[in-house]
Design a protein around this ligand. Structure first.
Ligand code: ADP
Ligand code: F6P
Length: 479
């Protein structure tokens, strides 16, 4: 059997042996435990000086090969083009896009350099699976280095509408590089459609959608590849087991004691402007405004560990949320009740799952999200006899599958307040029926299915290449 090589910018923290906050690390970590293989990517370290060296560590079935980034590479590739240009653009925040062509040069340079670091670790029959927007030029760089293995790519975040992608100045070079992969995976059908639309209407390429289930055939920029939607999943039964076990732990017992008999609304996100937190807080405020009976009867817990904290847009959203939670709590709090508990900590998976199980409402309202694993974790963690209700943004990829949720528009504060009221009052029979439909869907499309479907289709892509194809968009060595 071929060895699986995962390549991603973010790698689950090796020392803790478990995933960080972030859907990629959580999903890939779970997927690799069964197959084993190598996981190559950034160590998370930024080196003030010196030449970064690969560290190789074995942990059970997985070999972690990680490398630090020089300060200039981190600034241009990670903070710059990946997170100040691509992240806002792919999440439809054109107002937040910043672009500097030196950052794009750095992004291409780091991709080429990372590819060079990986090459000596590769064997001829390895299957290479690259993840996320940081590494769009990675296949092109590997091909230029003479690598002929099959190379697939999965995008964890949304793929934007063509008119939005056009706002990224080097969109054509990026899409040409993306077409160097053998197989592209997107989270949902709408993402796949947006990609195909760009290929046909902006790149002058061709797309043949398969008549039987299977990836579409794409021809563009002189290259042939396949593309399909593979919605990432979770292991719902494992999460349910963790949720039950975690209920006996101290954090959850303490939370229950401080709640008394109040109902609990629960949210967990990285502190990102794409998550719709400001609108979410305002909708909770609107609920307390419009239904006074809920005052001192409902608590809202928002867990949001800071992320990318050295970027202005993330400092701004943090300040804005601190202002909003302070204002709303100042308005409604009583001596024995704080309406919003806003917590910046990271928690173990077991604690989060147990908190989800204790809560009456899972409140997941991103403005845009590739999938949103939290929504799937929330449903998985519920007690089948007395499940909570999921309130879910229509702009999360998960809304395509979790149709038993109360689906909301995350900018409609009144609509979200109405959905919260409906969720808090929902009869048991309706909660059970909605839960049953959603848990069946999560079992059918768990994270093994996601991985196996993608790898099956990648194995099925044409003959391995005999010669390197295109040159990378930019060639350079790392700083
Ligand atoms: P994203 O990838 O944008 O962060 P997802 O919802 O897809 O969004 O994935 C987030 C993952 O990170 C989930 O598995 C979630 O449980 C985990 N996570 C989020 N916040 C925390 C936290 N405070 N502590 C621990 N894990 C967290
Ligand atoms: O799943 C989306 C994702 O963007 C991953 O690509 C990323 O690793 C994660 O969220 C968290 O962001 P970061 O790696 O910048 O901390």
């Amino acid at each position: 059997m071929s060895r699986l090589i995962i390549v991603s910018n973010r790698v689950a923290p090796i020392s803790e042996g478990g995933p960080a906050a972030g859907g990629l690390a959580v999903g890939v970590y779970d997927a690799l435990q069964e197959t084993g293989g190598m996981w190559f990517g950034w160590s998370g370290d930024v080196l003030p000086s010196g030449q970064p060296q690969i560290q190789v560590v074995e942990r059970g079935p997985v070999t972690f090969a990680t490398i630090g980034l020089a300060r200039r590479d981190y600034d241009q590739y990670y903070r710059g083009f990946s997170n100040a240009t691509l992240w806002p653009a792919f999440h439809y925040r054109t107002d937040l896009i910043q672009y500097d062509r030196h950052d794009f040069d750095g992004y291409c340079r780091v991709n080429a350099w990372l590819a060079q670091q990986l090459v000596p670790l590769l064997r001829a029959d390895d299957v290479i699976w690259v993840h996320d927007y940081h590494l769009i030029p990675f296949a092109q760089a590997l091909r230029a280095a003479g690598i002929k293995n099959r190379i697939g790519f999965f995008l964890h975040i949304p793929f934007p509408a063509a008119q939005v992608l056009l706002a990224v100045p080097p969109h054509r070079e990026l899409m040409q590089a993306l077409c160097s992969f053998d197989l592209l995976g997107f989270q949902t059908e709408p993402d796949l459609r947006a990609f195909c639309d760009y290929i046909v209407n902006e790149a002058g390429g061709e797309v043949a959608r398969a008549e039987v289930p299977g990836p579409a055939a794409v021809r563009a920029f002189g290259q042939s590849l396949r593309a399909a939607a593979y919605p990432i999943g979770v292991y719902p039964d494992e999460i349910a087991r963790l949720a039950k076990a975690g209920a006996r732990g101290k954090p959850v017992r303490t939370m229950k004691e401080t709640l008394h008999e109040r109902k609990l609304i629960m949210s967990v996100d990285r502190l990102d402007y794409s998550k719709g937190l400001v609108e979410r807080f305002r909708a909770f405020e609107r609920l307390l405004d419009s239904v006074p009976a809920y005052r001192n009867q409902v608590s809202f817990v928002q867990i949001a560990p800071p992320t990318r904290a050295d970027m202005n847009a993330y400092q701004d959203i943090r300040l804005q949320l601190e202002g909003e939670s302070g204002r709303i709590n100042g308005r409604f709090a009583e001596l024995d009740w704080t309406p919003i508990r806003y917590i910046h900590r990271q928690y173990e998976r077991q604690v989060l799952a147990a908190l989800f199980r204790q809560s009456h409402v899972g409140y997941v309202t991103p403005l845009r999200d590739g999938m949103n694993l939290v929504a799937k974790e929330y449903v998985s963690a519920q007690d089948p006899d007395d499940p909570g209700v999921l309130v879910l943004s229509r702009f999360a990829g998960a809304a395509q599958e979790l149709t038993g949720a109360l689906i909301v528009n995350p900018i409609d504060v009144d609509g979200m307040a109405d959905a919260l009221a409906q969720a808090l009052a929902m009869p048991l029979a309706e909660r059970r029926a909605r839960y049953r439909g959603m848990i069946a869907q999560l079992r059918e499309n768990n994270v093994s299915v996601w991985r196996d479907n993608f790898l099956r289709d990648l194995q099925g892509t044409g003959e391995k290449r005999r010669t390197p194809r295109a040159k990378p968009a930019r060639r350079a060595v790392a700083a």
